[in-house]
Design a protein around this ligand. Sequence first.
Ligand SMILES: C[S@@+](CC[C@H](N)C(=O)[O-])C[C@H]1O[C@@H](n2cnc3c(N)ncnc32)[C@H](O)[C@@H]1O
Length: 341
Amino acid sequence: MRGKLSDVLKDAEKSSGVEPSVCKYEEHFKNAKRGATENENSDYKTFNDLYYDLVTDFYEYGWGRSFHFAPRVPGESFKASLARHEHYMAHALGLRPGMVVADLGCGVGGPLREIARFSGAKIVGVNSNAYQLEHARRYTEEAELTHLAEYRHCDFLHVDAPDDSFDAVYAIEALCHAPDKLSIFGEVLRLLKPGAHFGSYEFSLTDRFSAQDPIHLKLKADIELGGGILELDDRQTIDSALRTVGFEVLRTQDLAVPTGPSIPWYQPLVGSGISLASFRSSRNGRLVTTNTLKVLEKLRIVPQGSVRVLNKLNLCAVALAEAGRLGIFTPMYFIHARKPK
Ligand SMILES: C[S@@+](CC[C@H](N)C(=O)[O-])C[C@H]1O[C@@H](n2cnc3c(N)ncnc32)[C@H](O)[C@@H]1O
């Protein structure tokens, strides 16, 4: 069960001290550049890690233990829609008992545990953020799933595993944090056994995005800063990177484009919300949380800098909702590819 916000944030204080971290994050974000070599650009790793040190408790408080969006149908609860989106991935990749599968950028393991239970496959969660892994391991023990779930603390660009070691690899809204698609897809190809499948829900700009439109550009920049992302890609870049590294592309589809009655993926960010979880992530919920946090920060009940972190997340939430409404961005560009035999 999620605790009170003040309790949750005490964990953040233990990790490193929020105020200096948020300043460091802003500094690293300014310095990190796309196109630089990994050595030149170690900043991207630092800001990614700092970002998740800072925001994990807010994510768990506002969203739950699966840190992603989902397509939803009328009458379906928010929680059920998240699980269905996770099952969809497992089903598309044909996950089943006996398989060993990697989940790249596994968060606190919400999707991993759901997919392990649903498919019976053993899932290895890869995450560069130690704070999240600490939570993931604890929740996995509580769920008595340690026989189907394992975690590795490493960068998904250099996974601590030999070539050809996985029966499948998937990622859920995580590979946007890689500095570019060629390096991350190259690493996925290395990890997969010949003939094995790869699936990912990618953050992507859509064809409606215009690099000439200042509003589009501002929304893109806010998502990047508030989301800890170096640069958002478009679907052409994603598709072409898959082919360039040697994947056979089986299917790509923006799952945010409705095929029947649907509730937009960004609705939990704007709606007033009926459940407590959806209220917390909604516009009104964020306002209440921010005001409460301001008081708690003044009283020194939560660490100094907490409001600044929340403001970053709010910036991202507002930009995501507006980019979703304009149809210029999707968090669920589904890619399904196979490593040639
Ligand atoms: C938006 S969260 C999604 C988490 C999870 N897939 C889920 O849906 O709950 C992105 C995740 O990617 C992880 N991540 C970011 N950069 C990474 C890297 N270089 N190596 C490994 N994990 C990374 C973050 O720590 C975070 O857990």
